[in-house]
Design a protein around this ligand. Structure first.
Ligand code: ZN
Length: 240
């Protein structure tokens, strides 16, 4: 077995090549993020490399999926290097010790934790929850400013937004009370997903049930809503 590293579209791909009695060439991405190629002795290396290049997009996509799975299974200790999702992007967590006020700060592609005791997991967890809540309040209200104008002319009153953590849904609508409840977890998703959830709930002020009229209305306002819903479903199992 021998390791090779090639560059495809600015992405480095390392693969192990094993010579085996296989028909031609087999390629797979393993759960430990390694790319393994088995090839018959008669297949020249150039042919193998060409195949890896052809499959580069598929390989990179699968490597990303493996990484994602690993992250989901990992118990978070809130230490430097961990990944934090925010508005559809992955940020790197960084921990700094401070004797001043404890806080969480967004800094480029990093989310910096300033804490008195860098080992205090529960404290860091609470700080992140607080930060997510603050960001959710800001972002969901911004989303309402973007989506409400789409429904205003249908005589829908501008609702207020309540934020809370929910296990099985992204949002809910109390049309009688003029209130929309949005799952705090939605702050981890891209703005286009947030807008989709907001508009979905706004549409419920006019059509309460998930019937054809509801979906017709939603499609007229946001023709590509299904693409956004697909994006939203990618990593979690919650419903709208
Ligand atoms: Zn609904």
């Amino acid at each position: 077995m021998k390791d090779y590293t090639i560059i495809c579209d600015d992405q480095k791909i390392t693969f192990s090549l094993t010579r085996k009695k296989v028909k031609n060439v087999n390629l797979r991405v393993k759960a430990d993020s390694t790319v393994v190629v088995s090839a018959n002795k008669s297949v020249p290396y150039d042919f193998v490399e060409e195949l890896v290049r052809d499959k580069a997009t598929w390989i990179i996509k699968n490597l990303a999926r493996v990484d994602e799975k690993k992250l989901l299974n990992m118990e978070s200790k809130y230490i430097t290097g961990e990944i934090i999702s925010f508005l559809g992007d992955n940020y790197k967590l960084r921990v700094f010790q401070t004797d001043r006020r404890e806080k969480v700060v967004l800094d480029g592609m990093n989310i910096a934790f300033f804490v008195k005791y860098s080992e205090a997991i529960e404290r860091k967890q609470a700080l992140l929850r607080e930060w997510y809540n603050d960001q959710a309040t800001i972002e969901f209200n911004k989303s309402l400013e973007r989506t409400y104008p789409l429904v205003e002319r249908f005589g829908i009153e501008k609702p207020t937004i309540k934020i809370r953590t929910m296990k099985t849904r992204w949002g809910s609508c109390s049309w009688k009370r003029g209130k929309i409840t949005i799952n705090t977890e939605l702050i981890k998703k891209a703005r286009e997903c947030i807008d989709y959830v907001l508009l979905h709930e706004l549409a419920h002020f006019k059509f309460h049930k998930h019937d054809a009229a509801f979906y017709g209305f939603l499609s007229a306002l946001m023709p590509e809503w299904q693409v956004r819903r697909q994006l939203l479903k990618k990593e979690t199992g919650a419903n709208d």
